[in-house]
Design a protein around this ligand. Structure first.
Ligand SMILES: NC(=O)N[C@@H](CC(=O)O)C(=O)O
Ligand SMILES: [Zn+2]
Ligand SMILES: [Zn+2]
Length: 344
């Protein structure tokens, strides 16, 4: 059997949610990952160091008694009311490792997001000074902009200006989905990077919409056309340290997705490394998986790489059709279908 031993990976973008759901999301993520960047879009969101610390404790309390100790790296949710003091306190802590920009209304639980990005410039300046990375959900929210164009428009309308003005601000364009984003990140300085999900490497919009509408493939930014998928695969498997792993695993109860107006988000944490391994194998670039999953993320954040390893085996198994999510059920991405890699 083919096996692949790699340095323990980290997930630089995950939604663990809260409450009784944590038992499941934390157990799944802790199977592989040493550290996870925990997205702060709870209701209400995680707005300051006190809220981040309390949330971190809830996550730690949900860790399975045995097995690996997952380290949650917390993130502040930027709002119109975030203050320079909030940033300074967070940056001085060993709890918060980044702050996240959600344009208001862009995605799940972004109602408290930022309404005017220019108003946040003093906050970006403060983050730059304190070395706190800015994580960005990069989509414009205007109703009249086509949903497939929202990421590219965000780059032109906001990101170019931000990157030009804050030349040493560490910025991660999260869950990129277009060749425009790949190009933007490549052209920018080494302070600019991007996370790429497994589902955007494995799928394009045909998988979601051709031959029937498949709500479990619906996430934001939405799956794009095949040419964009190819650009993402090329970037992720290129060995360019500006592109690293962020699953954007985002669970929603099954009835919230299989609905007349379904939620955005795919649950991949239960098979994250299996899905990435498949994408890299299909591209003939399995040798590039370790650096993407385990080196470039900590290097960018200025953290040490993990020192132990995980082992993946090439072995076919059937993904479960449903998994518990607190008192609800979720349908995981690839549920009921074959997976080709498995954690040893
Ligand atoms: N990606 C998604 O489709 N959903 C995420 C939010 C996000 O990352 O934009 C969620 O929290 O459900
Ligand atoms: Zn997002
Ligand atoms: Zn996300």
């Amino acid at each position: 059997m083919q096996t692949l031993e790699i340095t323990r990976p980290d997930d630089w973008h995950i939604h663990l949610r809260d409450g009784d759901v944590l038992a499941h999301t934390v157990a799944d993520a802790s199977r592989y990952f040493g550290r996870v960047i925990v997205m702060p879009n709870l209701t209400p969101p995680v707005r300051n160091l006190a809220e981040a610390t309390a949330y971190k404790h809830r996550i730690e309390n949900a860790l399975p008694a045995t097995g690996h100790k997952l380290q949650p790296l917390m993130v502040l949710y930027l709002t119109d009311n975030t203050s320079p003091e909030d940033i300074a306190a967070a940056a001085a802590s060993d709890v918060v490792f980044a702050a996240k920009l959600y344009p208001a209304g862009a995605t799940t639980n972004s109602d408290s997001g930022v309404t005017n990005i220019e108003n946040l410039y003093p906050i970006f300046e403060c983050m730059e000074k304190h070395g706190l990375p800015l994580l960005v959900h990069g989509e414009v929210t205007d109703a009249d902009i086509d949903i497939f164009d929202r990421e590219a428009r965000f780059i032109d309308r906001y990101l170019r200006q931000i990157v030009e003005r804050f030349t040493t601000l560490k910025l991660v364009l999260e869950h990129i989905t277009t060749s425009d984003s790949v190009q933007f990140v490549k052209e920018s300085g080494n302070n600019v990077a991007a996370t790429i999900t497994a589902h955007h490497l494995l799928y394009n919009r045909n998988h979601m919409l051709a031959g029937g509408i498949r709500p479990h493939y619906y996430c934001l930014p939405i799956l794009k056309r095949n040419t964009h998928q190819q650009a993402l695969i090329a970037a992720a498997t290129s060995g360019d340290p500006k592109f690293f792993l962020g699953t954007d695993s985002a669970p929603h109860a099954r009835d919230k997705k299989e609905a007349s107006c379904g939620c955005a988000g795919c649950y991949t944490a239960y098979a994250a490394m299996e899905l990435y391994a498949e994408a890299f194998e299909t591209a003939g670039k399995l040798d590039k998986l370790e650096a993407f999953a385990s080196f470039y993320g900590p290097d960018f954040y200025g953290l040490p790489r993990n020192s132990d390893t995980i082992i993946l085996q090439r072995n076919s198994w059937t993904a479960p059709e449903h998994l518990p999510l607190g008192s609800d059920t979720i349908f995981p991405l690839r549920g009921g279908e074959q997976l080709h890699w498995q954690l040893a």
